[in-house]
Design a protein around this ligand. Structure first.
Ligand code: ADP
Ligand code: ZN
Ligand code: ZN
Length: 729
């Protein structure tokens, strides 16, 4: 038996691989990156264990080529958490560990923040040198004079001097009159605490006081209606964390990390703030990661992947909008950042606050069983009042492009009273499809079991499932008729209808299409917030999380699309969206109104929402899940397979079923075709696993997955496991 070093290497390996220690180098430690050979390639891996025994003879093992770090990048605790997650989500360990690192570190770059060159006056420089230079090299003289006055010059100052300043400065360095130095900077944002905190109301005070940074583990659900002041509760807790010298990690959904939120944090906190999201460059991401790890950042605000960032002095974790779907990764390493945040807080023995106006049923179930403290903020902070909600019955009503007469009347009356109106439709494009009025042909995607959306602005058909685009046909491919008509409603169509009905009213449309240009989302949101635009129209981009103080009326154009979705979570998502969008109304002094258009006004879900709000809906929905044996009542996992060959996924999953260890504790369903069987040219099928016992489900997967890997059929399909799936489609 030989002592070896276990290295997690990217690739399809469930467990780390064994290597020999590098020759002529100190032994690498767990959490350090190493360069290792794999086949003919060299890869960056991470050391997981150095004391392991192996049964492989040492002459068959390869050596680590070199160690890339002089100290562990990831401490033992975080390393253990990521390894635990790789096992729990059944993802290859090296992929999990490496994907937890910023791209620069994955590629093997040094773990150092960005550096900037700083020029300094050399001790050798004399006034007489300046005189000499003045005659022969006036440009250099000018720079030397600059240095003599200010001692240093930064790259930014140099750029301000223009021309060939840099070249001239380099000549000064060559002559010994100036020296250069690299200065590290982490790209942190300084909070100035220029604004005082509000005096918290009673409900805010109670929940804030229950969050005690650095004083042991506790899980708190901050269940507060929109505008109830949840963010103020976070800010209060973060302020105390900063005073105690501990760091706060704030996880937000993709759409939630807005410039508004950042500037609010900066105005309220005396702290160094780092941000981490997908819109940053690789070096900016590395900087933020290193700043958190080095303890330079007091607060790290980040999307999903920030849950894997090392923290030098952790004291508090906050997950805002904990119900948001973007907290679960939907491909590759399918982790839930919320669930891992809870685990991480537990391991670190720090408190965690989960905030939402519409908590997920999972979280509510945990609050009910008293695993989480449940703090309710049921009233809006300040003077704002809860909006009045009502349903507009669309049955038999004349409509103008999807807008019913009662809705148009409400819009007009709010505009007349100088209010601002927000209309919500969660479907972009002009219409969800085109139809031939002669023969009924529909514009379908050739690669998906789905229709193509008609986009009038860019004059194309676009499949929102596979991104395929094509020009709009001039005539019907089936019968040749030129009478092709848009069928159904999208935001572009509503925009057109509003423009014709409310011709002189300034309008902004906010959806993925209207905000493609960099900065256009911020520009349009500002126009919305300042009240310049009186009519706001948009998808969930507009509905989520933004403070729109002057909106007085929210119109939900079509509540019906979510009522009959294929996914068991569709009603939950619909209820969350309606409540979130309704929460935009009347956030300030003016009371708000919410009007929901539906053809199913008697639907129990809508009735419950209108009369009892989200808590009533959630209670009923939980009872329904319980009765149906669906999460959170039972644990769930999906095995998905897809292939261009229509029969291959099913064949593979059948072969897999035949190898499944029998256990009565786990129910296995399928294989069955995915609700949208063909997507992007691939056929899809799945097996659903459910159990009352999470552990039994885990044990089964652990025994079963290696057998599935060894199947010949597994090489003919793409397949994956999704533990605790948030989408079953
Ligand atoms: P949430 O995060 O729950 O949507 P916010 O924290 O953004 O709520 O607060 C909503 C609004 O109410 C903000 O304009 C905020 O400044 C204000 N607010 C919050 N708490 C108080 C308070 N205790 N007193 C007065 N105004 C408050
Ligand atoms: Zn498609
Ligand atoms: Zn036709």
């Amino acid at each position: 038996m030989t002592q070896t070093i276990q290295v997690a290497v990217p690739g399809p390996f469930a467990e780390p691989l064994d290597y020999l220690a590098p020759t002529n180098e100190p032994l690498p430690q767990p959490g350090m990156r190493v360069q290792v050979p794999l086949g003919r390639r060299q890869l960056v891996g991470m050391v997981v264990e150095t004391q392991a025994q192996t049964h492989i003879e040492s002459h068959r093992l390869k050596s680590i080529i070199t160690t890339l770090d002089s100290e562990p990048l990831i401490d033992a605790d975080l390393l253990a958490l990521i390894i635990w997650s790789a096992h729990y989500y059944h993802h290859p360990i090296g992929e999990a560990l490496i994907s937890a690192l910023p791209a620069r570190l994955r590629q093997g770059h040094a773990a150092t923040p960005s550096a900037e060159t700083l020029w300094q006056l050399s001790a050798h420089a004399q006034a007489s040198d300046l005189d000499a230079l003045r005659r022969r090299a006036p440009r250099q003289a000018m720079l030397l004079e600059h240095l003599m006055q200010s001692q240093t010059l930064t790259a930014a100052q140099l750029a301000g001097l223009g021309g060939d300043a840099r070249a001239a400065l380099q000549k000064l360095v060559a002559k010994g009159f100036a020296t250069t130095q690299q200065q590290h900077h982490y790209g942190l944002m300084a909070g100035r605490a220029s604004e005082p905190a509000f005096a918290l109301n009673d409900a805010q005070h109670t929940s804030a006081a229950a969050i005690q940074p650095g004083h042991g583990h506790a899980i708190l659900l901050i269940d507060g209606v929109t505008g109830s002041g949840k963010t103020e509760v976070y800010l209060d807790a973060i302020t105390r964390a900063i005073q105690q010298g501990v760091q706060t990690l704030v996880i937000v959904p993709e759409i939630g990390l807005t410039p508004q939120l950042l500037s609010r944090f900066q105005r309220r906190l005396a702290a160094q703030i780092a941000v981490l999201h997908s819109g940053l460059s690789d070096s900016e991401r590395l900087n933020a990661w290193l700043a958190a790890r080095a303890g330079k950042a007091d607060v790290l605000i980040g999307t999903r992947s920030a849950i894997f960032v090392p923290l030098a002095r952790p004291g508090l974790i906050i997950v805002d909008e904990e119900h948001d779907a973007s907290l679960k990764q939907q491909d590759g390493f399918r982790y839930s950042a919320r669930d891992l945040a809870i685990l991480r807080a537990h391991r670190l023995e720090v408190p965690i606050a989960l905030g939402s106006a519409t908590p997920s049923l999972e979280t509510l179930a945990n609050a009910r069983s008293q695993r989480y403290q449940h703090h309710q903020l049921s009233e809006r902070a300040g003077q704002a009042q809860a909006p009045l909600m009502r349903l507009l019955d669309m049955r038999g009503q004349p409509t103008h492009e999807g807008l019913s007469a009662p809705l148009i009347e409400r819009v007009q009356s709010h505009l007349d009273a100088d209010g601002q109106v927000l209309l919500f439709l969660n479907r972009r494009g002009f219409s969800p499809t085109l139809i031939c009025h002669e023969c009924g042909w529909l514009a379908e995607c050739q690669r998906c079991d789905a229709r193509m959306t008609y986009h009038r602005g860019k004059r194309r058909l676009h499949c929102h499932h596979c991104d395929r685009e094509q020009p709009i046909p001039r005539d019907c491919p089936s019968c040749g008729s030129v009478d092709l008509r848009p069928l159904g409603l999208g935001t572009e169509r509503i925009e057109q209808a509003l423009q014709s009905r409310f011709a002189d009213t300034p309008l902004v449309r906010i959806d993925r299409d209207s905000t493609r240009q960099r900065g256009s989302f911020e520009r349009q949101m500002q126009a919305a917030q300042r009240g310049e635009a009186k009519l706001l129209l948009g998808t969930q981009m507009l509905a989520k999380g933004h403070h729109l103080p002057t909106v007085t009326l929210v119109g939900v154009i079509d509540a019906d699309q979510g009522l009959f979705g294929a996914d068991f979570r569709a009603p939950e998502r619909l209820a969350q969206l309606i409540i979130q969008v309704a929460g935009r109304a009347g956030r300030a002094e003016r009371p708000g109104e919410v009007a929901i258009q539906t053809h199913h006004p008697e639907h129990p879900l809508l009735q419950m929402l209108i009369h009892g709000g989200y808590p009533a809906f959630a209670q009923a929905a939980l009872a329904e899940r319980e009765a149906a044996g669906l999460p959170p009542a039972r644990a769930m996992a999906l095995i998905r397979a897809e292939a261009t060959d229509a029969a291959a996924p099913r064949r593979f999953l059948q072969a897999a079923q035949a190898l499944a260890p029998e256990t009565p504790a786990v129910e296995r369903l399928g294989p069955y075709p995915a609700p949208m069987e063909r997507r992007a040219g691939r056929y899809r099928a799945q097996i659903m696993l459910q159990s009352d016992q999470r552990a039994a489900l885990q044990t089964l997967l652990k025994q079963w997955l290696p057998r599935i890997h060894s199947l010949r059929e597994s090489r003919r399909v793409r397949w994956s496991v999704d533990v605790d799936p948030t989408e079953t489609l």
